[in-house]
Design a protein around this ligand. Sequence first.
Ligand code: SAH
Ligand code: SF4
Ligand code: F3S
Length: 480
Amino acid sequence: MKREKQRVDNKELEKQLGIINELKECLQGKDLHYYIETFGCQMNEKDSEKLAGVLKKIGYTETQNIKQADFILYNTCCIRENAERKIYGRVGNLRRLKEKKPDLIVAVCGCMMQQEHVLERLRGKYRKEVDIIFGTYNIYKLAELIRTRMEVGHQIIDIWKEHKEIVEDLPSERKYKYKAAVNIMYGCNNFCTYCIVPYVRGRERSRESESIIKEIKNLVADGVKEIMLLGQNVNSYGKGLEDGITFAKLLREINEIEGLELIRYMTSHPKDFNDELIYAIRDCDKVCNYVHLPIQAGSNKVLSAMNRKYTKEQYLSLAEKIKREIKDVSITTDIIVGFPGETDEDFEDTLDVVRKVRYDGAFTFIYSKRTGTKAASMEGQVSEEKVTERFNKLLEETEKIQEEDNAKRKDMVYKVLVENISKNDERLLTGRTEQNILVHFEGDASLIGELVEVKIVETKRNYLVGEFKRRIKLWSQRKL
Ligand code: SAH
Ligand code: SF4
Ligand code: F3S
């Protein structure tokens, strides 16, 4: 399959910046607020930061109070059915608010909008509630869409069936001061048979490494210490680019950026997790010793029906190699229960993998049928009762292992980038270890954004409680 290189369109950037200024002048002095709710994965979170950046530039201020908002945006996800159901609920609830505030603009965008049956419903039943509908390929056009909506005065829909060009360098509103996400590629070519993503996010496109490096350097100059590289399948990064760059090489280049302390990435597919990548993670001091390695299912029959392109045995030996090569690595995973045709025996294979790998965290999902995917028409849908039984069993097993393994972390000393004051107790600070485990510890708010050493004094299943030891200057001072 051909992988497309991204085309950057600077003319389009100028055009959008022009419209942003136009709107800014026109809305001046109006004290307008925006409210954004984001569903789904980090790609959507990142897109929402870009959308918020445009709204802010136009002159809107963020509000957490939906009733105060003059512009409401839902950035949607359709990975499972319940994500979609939530959106219809949210939009339906806006009826009253719309009646009270005739100038309120409601926009919906994101993955869900790339499906015809969703558009039909929003065009029909929700015609009055929703003003602007756009998809995943044209988020940079937000300002233009707002202007058009103001001109025409009725619902507007702008959905592209494929990506055309990508516009870089539009304003973006970062949620965190010290950490940021950076897209390295868009789309997915894998077509796992249960998954809607390739249909709503299009084919794989890698960004030029120079643009990525430039963006990260700018972020670092602005105070960012940790970056998360985003892609549905980061190990395919670079395919289609001319310079022979790979994800492993990209990691090595980013590792050299001065002032940057931590590098994370999301998500890696087991099928092309090669030695080059393992060694890059092992060798690069800033790249976290943390690998998210979705298994999805343990049985070879199910894996093949899912089109995952690896076997249970290959996966197990990969996990083993990762553990052997990368010191104190943590491995997390995604698992689907109840894929069509899954038998009790198949499910036992999943449990077997869970027991062998001993994940530091597992995101477990009940299979959700997605219209348009291959699996939607497969025979052997599993009964709800069976699925619930398996799901509970899986959860019990993964939680037990996580708790046991976390208990082994007592008295260990970890490096942590302090992120925030704890939501539940303001005497506590929170941060994450390199292994992506949440740590709470008592400390002064002046430590936020700093790298510190923390000694673990108590362990829970989902987090650790620590004791502040000292500040450290550089993450790369690894020896503890
Ligand atoms: N690109 C990532 C996954 C993105 S979606 C990867 O391949 O690892 C995140 C997770 O949602 C998937 O790993 C899968 O476990 C789950 N998922 C995707 N489609 C699903 C469906 N139809 N039903 C249930 N879970 C699903
Ligand atoms: Fe979906 Fe598979 Fe692509 Fe992940 S790799 S986004 S699960 S199709
Ligand atoms: Fe959802 Fe789209 Fe992400 S479907 S999981 S928001 S790529």
